[in-house]
Write a protein that binds this ligand. Structure first.
Ligand code: FAD
Length: 410
């Protein structure tokens, strides 16, 4: 008797989104893919990348980051090859070649290769002591270096840079943050709330410099100083580059798949090759790429439905996502439009005593943006109003004070 081979699903990358996708898929009552093989470019099993900030600051340990124990994969018959990256895809043969030279055949391939830190492209970037903050290995090295080095400069005042700064400060280093824009977190905050955050970080002992960028990094083997565009020199023992991310698309590009900034996918997360799918930070949908985990989780749910079949109705539609952060213990929330324009009105409320700030952007009696610093408890409700395009006319005057006041007024 000839035993029918089960269709093979290969997953390339084992980050947060790939893991969520696998969990969604195996939770389906019926899926044609019971033979799942995962290639993980990192040597550690999938972990909570977001918690690397807590690991760096000493608020979490490595064990707590693991997403699922080995037994979970064994129970679902999933084979994971840690430390074995996929190096090439042959879409015409339906095969992948891994870093060990092995060749595997797939019926469906899911690419979830994430993103890599953007480079500055300046002199000295290859020096010892110039680091990224992206994975477990980076974090382990940063923790180790913080024990022997005194000063750190973080290039980039976005959320990643600020979390690196906070972590290294908590490890006892003297930290300077350099930011190109005129205010911190300029993708999430307006200038006033950015200034509020900057003042709070300064009060905690972090040196913040805005409207500046590095010209070159100096040192013989190890970085010793950073030269700014106004020729200022800052002596340092460590530089962390946190100026954004670039989707990991080369593997797909070399296989001839359509790519823009990321790997282009349609609403079923399908690439230009019918049996190859992509999701998470490596993909591009409708000219948009992603830098937060939530859109990746939404894509994971859709792709699991698509692969479990039948596919009618399963279509990815980006929703209004919010950024929720805690920078140096200060909660920050941002959702929707964050810069006023000629069509918006601003409702701004600030409590200097508690350090709370809220900036709500309203267009035609609809909330279109919310920036909160300090007290962010009403953030999810504002997000609902933005996503639901709700008319706020009846409680507009109470809007900055939150849901209970608005409900009473409506
Ligand atoms: C320190 C830090 C803090 C963050 N904080 C937040 C936060 O507060 N909120 C938020 O929403 N997001 C946050 N993020 C971003 C969030 O972690 C990412 O959006 C999320 O991890 C993206 O998941 P992913 O699976 O697409 O990519 P990744 O998690 O990057 O996983 C991709 C994996 O694929 C592997 N890989 C790459 N190429 C290959 C290959 N050829 N073969 C095999 N494997 C390969 C990579 O090594 C990696 O392990 C943070 C990120 C960092 C670094």
């Amino acid at each position: 008797m000839i035993r029918k081979m089960e269709p093979t699903l290969i997953v390339c990358g084992h980050g947060m989104v790939a893991q969520r996708f696998i969990e969604e898929l195996v939770s389906k009552a019926s899926t044609p893919y019971r033979n799942i093989i995962v290639f993980n470019g990192e040597t550690s099993a999938a972990y909570n990348r977001i918690q690397l900030s807590a690991l760096l600051s000493g608020d979490a340990d490595e064990e707590s980051l693991t997403l699922k124990p080995d037994a979970w994969f064994a129970r679902h018959g999933i084979r994971v090859h840690h430390g074995e990256a996929i190096q090439a895809i042959a879409p015409d043969k339906h095969t992948v070649t891994t870093s060990t030279g092995r060749v595997y055949r797939y019926d469906a391939l899911v690419i979830a290769t994430g993103a890599s830190p953007a480079r500055l492209g300046i002199l000295g970037e290859e020096l010892n002591g110039v680091m990224n903050f992206r994975d477990l290995n980076d974090t382990r090295t940063l923790i180790e270096l913080s024990q022997s080095r005194q000063r750190a400069v973080v290039v980039g005042g976005g959320f990643l840079g600020l979390e690196a700064a906070e972590g290294l400060k908590r490890r006892g280093m003297a930290v300077t943050v350099l930011h190109r824009s005129s205010h911190l977190l300029n993708r999430q905050l307006d200038p006033d709330s950015g200034k509020l955050l900057s003042d709070a970080l300064t009060a905690r002992g972090i040196n913040v410099m805005t409207s500046t960028s590095p010209l070159q990094l100096l040192g013989r083997d190890t970085v010793r100083a950073i030269q700014l565009n106004d020729q200022t020199l800052i002596c340092t023992d460590l530089v962390i580059i946190a100026t954004g991310i670039t989707p990991n698309r080369e593997l797909a590009q070399n296989a001839g798949l359509a790519c823009g900034r990321g790997i282009q996918v349609n609403a079923q997360l399908q690439t230009s090759a019918p049996d190859i799918f992509a999701l998470g930070e490596c993909c591009e949908f409708n000219d948009e790429t992603f830098g937060l985990v939530e859109p990746g989780y939404q894509q994971a749910k859709i792709l699991a439905s698509v692969l479990a079949g039948p596919t009618e109705g399963a279509a990815y539609q980006p929703s209004v996502t919010a950024t929720r952060l805690k920078i140096s213990g200060i909660p920050v929330f941002s959702c929707g439009q964050q810069a006023p324009d000629e069509h918006t009105e601003s409702l701004v409320w600030q409590d200097f005593a508690t350090g709370s700030y809220s900036h709500l952007l309203v267009r035609d009696n609809h909330l279109v943006g919310a920036i909160l610093v300090g007290n962010t408890s009403q953030g999810p409700w504002y997000q609902e109003l933005i996503a639901g395009n709700a008319n706020i006319d009846l409680f507009r005057a109470q809007l900055p004070f939150g849901k209970p006041f608005c409900k009473a007024a409506a």
